[in-house]
Design a binder for this molecule. Structure first.
Ligand code: COS
Length: 384
């Protein structure tokens, strides 16, 4: 759903110019220094990028899912590290508070998230719990008006920058599954929280992840999202459903960038006395990429529109995440192939994208987890 087409077009133009004029020229610097310059972070705040999904009542832009997807198509056309910086605040770090939080919890955090003053992070994954999210062991034990939290969270995106965590922890040790989990809002400055070293990753330099360790960390009982124990797993799943459409949209944006770079290279590059763009085997790679990109874009927009209408989109969100991230991987591979030897060389930039996009098939639920979600829902619907 697009609320005001004219305003949306103006905002998309602003994002598109920002990507072209500011972010793209800084891609190499970000990769070399493993950091996004402060001046760029400030511009992102000014543009409202941290508050894309926060309701206007709390100072955000309140984009619909369709609008958010269109913005991600644009923001995707540069190094994924830039999107990653706003990604957890716009998505998985804030949406639990928005979806299931009390009014007081929303008032306390959403305005500061929308302005970019505080970065939100989503702490679900643990050393022993990745795809099997219901098996988390981080424990939250009630003690008067507080919970005492102990455990380790792993690979937490933006943890080194976070001001607040949406933390999933087990409040009922007798329930080893999804029902024993609660979601907490945890101020990152709470005593008892420490951070591991930044992880060294395959790609996405400039985006940071690390372990977050909770040792006798005391969190007020008033910080359980929605003040209800045992609802945390469902909150996490709802947050991830939305996040998966968002990731699908980003994959479309990055794939468009890579395909565009490959097309320009194929037009410029001469071999056997002609430009390689005129060779049919190169054309096949361009055409397959274009068609798959179009399919992913259409899927994302369809799922986003359905979500805006209030439909159940669990299956569609998983389809988007699976198809768009796999498509993005294939486009990255073909782009490197079209660049040939240059595709393997750092200075041409395409090898960096090839490494950067590998993560999309893994985080927020691997391709295999999406397959399980899709097929389970099919079987359930057919046998209900
Ligand atoms: N929305 C709302 N509720 C949901 C839900 C969703 N999308 N998916 C599951 N639930 C509910 C179920 O209805 C069930 O509730 P009841 O017990 O009341 O029936 C409960 O949650 C448990 O669901 P389920 O039995 O399906 O859980 P599983 O342990 O089988 O796990 C998967 C389900 C595999 C889908 C889940 O663990 C998952 O998404 N894993 C990947 C995690 C991930 O993406 N990690 C990335 C880390 S963040 S970057």
């Amino acid at each position: 759903m697009i609320r005001d087409q004219e305003m949306m077009n103006a905002f998309l133009d602003t994002v598109s110019s920002f990507v072209r004029d500011t972010l793209v020229p800084n891609e190499d610097l970000v990769a070399e220094t493993d950091a996004i310059p402060e001046s760029i972070v400030a511009q992102m705040k000014d543009m409202g990028l941290f508050g894309l999904t926060v309701p206007e009542a709390y100072g955000g832009l309140e984009l619909t899912m369709e609008e958010e997807s269109l913005v991600m198509f644009e923001l995707g056309k540069t190094s994924p590290a830039f999107r990653s910086l706003i990604g957890t605040t716009v998505g998985i770090g804030s949406q639990g508070i928005l979806m299931d939080g009390t009014e007081e919890q929303k008032q306390a955090w959403l305005p500061r998230l929308a302005s970019g003053e505080v970065i939100a992070s989503f702490a679900l994954t643990e050393p022993g719990s990745g795809s099997d999210a219901a098996s988390i062991r981080t424990a939250a034990v009630r003690d008067g008006d507080e919970y005492v939290i102990n455990g380790t969270k792993r690979f937490i995106t933006n943890a080194p920058h976070a001001g607040v965590f949406t933390l999933m922890a087990r409040t009922n040790p007798d329930d080893k599954g999804a029902g024993g989990i609660s979601a907490f809002i945890v101020d990152a400055r709470t005593p008892g929280i420490s951070f591991g070293k930044n992880d060294r990753k395959m790609g996405q330099r400039g985006a940071h992840t690390c372990d977050v360790i909770f040792e006798d960390c005391r969190v007020p009982a008033a910080n359980i999202i929605g003040l209800q124990e045992g609802r945390g797993f469902k909150t996490a799943m709802k947050v991830l459903d939305k996040g998966r459409i968002h990731i699908g949209a980003i994959c479309v944006g990055v794939a468009e960038r890579m395909l565009n770079d490959a097309l320009n290279y194929a037009i410029e590059r001469q071999q056997f006395g002609q430009r390689i763009a005129d060779f049919q085997l190169v054309q096949a790679m361009l055409a397959d990429s274009k068609a798959e990109l179009y399919a992913a874009r259409s899927m994302v927009l369809d799922a986003a529109r359905r979500r805006d209408l209030g439909e159940d989109i669990v299956t569609e969100a998983a389809c988007c995440k699976m198809y768009a991230s796999e498509m993005c991987g294939r486009v990255a591979d073909r782009a490197v192939q079209i660049f040939g030897g240059a595709g393997y060389m750092t200075e041409y930039g395409i090898e960096r994208f090839y490494r950067d996009v590998r993560l999309f098939r893994i985080y927020e639920g691997t391709t295999q987890i999406q397959q399980i979600i899709i097929a389970r829902n099919m079987v359930r619907a057919a046998t209900a």
